[in-house]
Ligand binder design. Structure first.
Ligand SMILES: Nc1nc2c(c(=O)[nH]1)N[C@H]1C(S)=C(S)[C@@H](COP(=O)(O)O)O[C@H]1N2
Ligand SMILES: [Mo]
Length: 393
């Protein structure tokens, strides 16, 4: 039998036209939904992304499919500020950053960081607001569904190795603080817009300063020449164009740390006493079929992530959660921070079916049915909200 994706086919045709116009005529690439790809990400695959704004692009759910790794051309984009000029990637090894809060602080170039060691980790990059569109309250911010997430191969130097080379952490520091390399316009207090995030210092065990993404130098749009990667932590903590790494006693004074990315009840404003968006939780979603399918044998597929421990199992329901069946995990186990595609082949009768998935991780955490709303719509991992209605006929 065949599964027909009418929308996907239309996307493909428009997307191809968009690619051709970008490559051949120099005109901007047009996404499947008819939006222009901004110039700094004109190399993205227009048929696989939704352009929310010039600073926010989402991967389509269909394009996520059962991909082990998200191609760079499909990976979402989320900028709090416009990206710096591409001059910063003209001579990557010359990029200089400062290391503070260590016994021997100072500046170091990317070229010299590469001499301290390297490690490769596969880690999910996911925006805190991924799944915001599935909340009933109208949380402000990009209405991400499932596509503000990707599974990426990162290579860089372990933060541990950098610390060792600089004489160890100085004193008793509680946080690892990374500062982004965006230019701050004159006259604005840096704390008001600077992308500077602090994570608990224990996260340095798995953190790396990465220069490679999916086997290539990190594109500027994704934080090249150098990016802090904190595997298992929400996207915002993975600071792009990293220009400073500091061990600090306190959290960054930046607004993005103090009041942004704080989980609180609907209607309440952000403050530093509330939980910060740090460790990701167990989550999964179905990526196909998303629309209509013919009766008979259907391959249901999707993606599952454990957050900070590997996915141990995924169950799939075709009747809105009344009955569940264990799905098969696809591909190799790429470590605790990677996502794992899954699939289940089932026979479906004619009619509407609610397809849902529910993952469990190595800590024994399972996705809840409902996820309690919070003011900014962060961290949704409820399986019911992520379910899809498919018409089989
Ligand atoms: N310097 C810097 N780092 C940043 C951001 C930013 O705007 N500037 N955005 C953060 C947020 S909110 C997310 S979700 C991820 C997005 O990474 P991507 O654009 O490579 O997908 O980067 C994080 N790191
Ligand atoms: Mo984000």
């Amino acid at each position: 039998m065949t599964i027909v994706y009418p929308v996907k086919r239309r996307q493909f045709l428009v997307g191809t036209a968009g690619l051709a116009s970008a490559a051949v005529t120099g005109l901007p690439a047009i996404s499947q939904e008819g939006e222009k790809l901004p110039a700094y990400v004109a190399w993205k695959d227009p048929s696989d992304v939704i352009v929310h704004t010039s600073e926010t692009l989402e991967t389509t759910r269909a394009a996520q499919g059962d991909a082990l790794i998200t191609p760079s051309s499909d990976l979402y984009i989320r900028n709090n500020l416009p990206a710096p000029s591409d001059e910063i990637v003209a001579d990557r090894d010359a990029w200089e950053m400062s290391i503070e809060g260590v016994a021997e602080p100072g500046a170091i170039t990317l070229g010299d960081l590469k001499l301290l060691g390297s490690e490769t980790v596969v880690a999910v990059l996911q925006c805190s607001g991924n799944g915001r569109a599935f909340f009933d309250h109208e949380a402000s911010g990009s209405q991400w569904a499932t596509g503000a997430a990707g599974n990426v191969i990162w290579t860089g130097v372990p933060v541990r190795a950098v610390v060792d080379a600089m004489g160890g952490i100085k004193g008793d520091m509680s946080f690892l603080t990374g500062t982004g390399g965006e230019e701050i316009p004159d006259g604005l207090p840096p704390e008001s817009i600077q992308v500077e995030r602090s994570v608990p210092v224990a996260a340095m065990e798995q953190a790396i300063l990465a220069w490679d993404m999916n086997g290539e130098p990190i594109p500027l749009a994704h934080g090249g020449p150098l990016r802090l990667i904190v595997p298992g932590y929400y996207g915002v903590n993975n600071v792009k164009y990293l220009k400073r790494l500091a061990f600090t006693a306190e959290e960054s004074p930046a607004k993005i740390q103090q009041t942004g990315y704080r989980v609180r009840p609907v209607g309440v404003s952000g403050d530093p006493s509330q939980p910060s968006m740090y460790e990701m939780s167990v989550k999964s979603w179905i990526t196909g079929p998303l629309e209509d399918a013919s009766t008979g044998r259907v391959r249901i597929e999707g993606l599952a992530m454990g957050g900070t421990s590997a996915v141990t199992g995924v169950e799939v329901s075709t009747d809105g959660g009344n009955n569940w069946q264990e799905a098969e995990l696809l591909g190799p186990d790429m470590g605790p921070y990677a996502w794992r595609p899954f699939f289940l082949v089932v026979d479906l009768e004619a009619g509407m079916h609610t397809l849902a998935s529910r993952a469990t991780n190595g800590n024994g955490d399972t996705q809840p049915e409902e996820f309690e709303p919070n003011e900014r719509g962060y961290g949704h991992n409820g399986w019911r909200g992520h379910a899809v209605e498919v018409n089989i006929g």
